[in-house]
Design a protein. Sequence first.
Length: 412
Amino acid sequence: MLVLIIIASAFIMNSQLFKQPQESNQQALDSRHKDNKTNQQANQTTLEINAIPLSKTSVEVAFPNLSFTRPLFLTYANDDTNRLFVVLQQGQIMVFPNKQDTQATVFLAIDEKVNDDGNEEGLLGLAFDPDYKSNGYFYVYYTANSPRRSVISRFSVSDNDPNKANTSSELVIMEVPQPYSNHNGGMMAFGPDRMLYIGLGDGGSGGDPHGNGQNRNVLLGKILRIDISKSSRSEKYRIPADNPFVGQENSRGEIWTYGLRNPWRFSFDRVTNMLWAADVGQDSLEEVDIIEKGANYGWNIMEGSLCYPLPTSNCNKEGLKLPVAQYTHADGCSITGGYVYRGSKLRSLYGAYIYGDFCSGKIWGLRYDGSKVVEHMELIDSNMQISSFGEDQAGELYILSFDNHIYRFKTE
């Protein structure tokens, strides 16, 4: 059974259950989302009209003709072509029409640039420019060696073939030194503000030995926010003036939020603009966070709601943001973040944040009303090794598994 802990602002230690989140969702939403209140009200109204209670469901193979080795991400280009793009760890991006009897072709191959020697290294992330339809830009996150580092680069689509990238068009936007092979993060997504958000793990090993999560003078253990709208070889990116630590001593201006261990996957809710992240745990807890501007999510002072390392029962929790949900390693060992479902085919999932676990194959859904979790349940107990979730342009969800298949929820 899922061990769920909903966090309260009055913090209680050890294994007790909590009834409320630390603070309201309105506090969690940053001022850049100016029409958030209207959006949230619309969301609640839509939920009342369309949603039915969460219930057990099942999955099926979405594309029977396709098989991919170590697929890590699925997304779309938002160019109205109804294509899907799948990121493969070894250094390729595949493209195919979003239909059941489809065949895939290579969109980008940068195997020679990518170091995938470590289990958590490789080509890890992909984000299409908000203006991809007109400018053809897309961004990738990969790990490289000599020296070991994370690389965020921009590429362009070919002038002659929309299903081929121009491999010689790379513009390196950012490089971040990595001390170890694990905890690289790798997620990238454009927010509703058109800024690029980048997830970086704490640098790896175990327990954050360099203290990167709490060190605002380094980029590791953070979610970054940068402006790439005018990127060039002379100015790779700009730091938005409204980032929380701009101009502060011993802080990098790129940081949006910190105190994270390995935010493997995060996503924006299409309706509320809320940023959801799943942070992979160390020894005890896997957590779901609502990401706020400037917030500190506690690692490595805390792991989820507990002081780290156990059995520590006393730590300074002042100013730390607690997860809205978490589960113990009785239910898995590596959380995989998903999406708030906004498609049209699955009424029982509408408005629910869907996430899973790589080790156990379990998938959960939760609904959050702006102040508390109002529904939360295990939807599926499967044999999948869930490396990622994906979303198409219509908001339908997909599940990527290391059994080489892409799955989808069965239509109700």
